[in-house]
Design a protein around this ligand. Structure first.
Ligand code: SF4
Length: 348
């Protein structure tokens, strides 16, 4: 594994492509496994990171400029995960290795607190869940987020969280407290509600219905929660009836917004996804090769069609802050890639 000369890939930069200091040194790594059903087969690499707040290059095109990511790798194991590529910066495997070799920045809260107190920090919005899920299973054991939210609350620093993890509800009290002093945006990612598709393509995640329960619970607490409808998977979740089912369920959960995002397949994710497609839906392989012939993104006409359909359905079902109740904190919008540029969005 390569732990030196490393820059944090949640900024979209790899080794040798940014001037940041090394994130952590080889002497700072402790490797652990836990023999509980939840963590069987997963190896945790505990590191004392050297930095935790990262600036996104080209942030003018992005909905956020600064990010915090306490983990790398993600046991939610979504086949299409764009962040897979970032594991290669550590000389770790981007397939099963990404799902099972999890880097834990154990000093994340301490580093964040230091940064928030630094004279040069101007209280900018911090986005979490932009690379990998900060409420993945590891968080149940390492509990990094309470310290992070505490620090943000203490400094009244605005932040947002994007997640597929129902574990976020563990920190509901902390989030409610934070929302009293600063802007808090929460988005949950639910690309589709089809259980058969979920089991094979997002095998480590809570079921879509459970994620929508998170939206429901947050709305009930007066914390507005948007849904990133990502990814919409061509030929598997994009039929009008399936889009309708998904948007209807999102509306019923009380989401304040719905933002569709069509699957993108960047290097690292593309190989893993196409292997999965060949195994589970071999008849679609040729269609995918044609649809993604130009690169990582589906053609603009296709993206626009999905966006229009979802927005029409959202209007029909009345998704919005008024309908969701007294939402005090509306999540920052997550823009579609054609607006946001190709740099970041992990399809959480
Ligand atoms: S898409 Fe999100 S939840 Fe899924 S593996 Fe990637 S980081 Fe984890």
């Amino acid at each position: 594994m390569r732990w030196d000369n490393l820059t944090d890939p949640d900024t979209g930069t790899g080794p040798g492509r940014a001037a940041d200091a090394a994130l952590f040194g080889a002497d700072a790594v402790t490797t652990r496994t836990f023999d509980t059903p939840e963590f069987r087969g997963i190896t945790f690499h505990e590191v004392r990171a050297r930095s935790i707040v990262n600036r996104v290059p080209g942030a003018s095109r992005m909905p956020f400029e600064w990010t915090v990511n306490p983990y790398r790798g993600c046991s939610h194991a979504c086949v299409y995960c764009f962040a897979r590529k970032t594991h290669s910066y550590l000389d770790l495997d981007t397939g099963l290795g990404f799902d099972s070799q999890i880097v834990v920045k154990v000093n994340a809260a301490e580093l964040l607190r230091r940064r928030l107190a630094a004279p040069g920090w101007r209280g900018e919005h911090l986005a979490m869940g932009t690379n990998v899920d900060c409420y993945q299973r590891a968080e149940g054991r390492y509990r990094l987020m309470p310290g992070i939210i505490d620090a943000l609350t203490e400094y009244a620093n605005p932040f947002s969280i994007l997640t597929k993890g129902t574990l976020i509800l563990r920190d509901l009290d902390l989030l409610t407290r934070a929302a009293r002093v600063t802007e808090v945006g929460i988005s949950v990612s639910v690309g589709f509600t089809d259980p058969a598709l979920w089991r094979t393509v997002e095998p480590g995640t809570p079921a879509p219905e459970r994620r929508l329960d998170v939206v429901r619970t947050l709305a009930g607490q007066g914390i507005g929660c948007g849904v990133l409808m990502a990814p919409v998977i061509p030929f598997l979740s994009d039929e009008p009836a399936r889009l309708r089912d998904t948007v209807r369920a999102i509306a019923a959960a009380g989401a304040t917004s719905v933002t569709p995002l069509v699957l993108h397949l960047r290097p690292g994710a593309r190989e893993w996804f196409m292997a999965w497609l060949g195994q589970h839906h071999p008849h679609l392989v040729r269609r995918y090769e044609r649809l993604y012939a130009e690169g990582a993104y589906a053609p603009k006409w296709y993206q626009r069609r999905i966006t229009r359909q979802v927005h029409d359905l959202a209007r029909e079902y009345g998704i919005g802050p008024e309908r969701a109740g007294a939402a005090r904190n509306v999540p920052r919008p997550v823009r579609a890639p054609e607006e946001a540029g190709p740099t970041q969005l992990s399809l959480l």
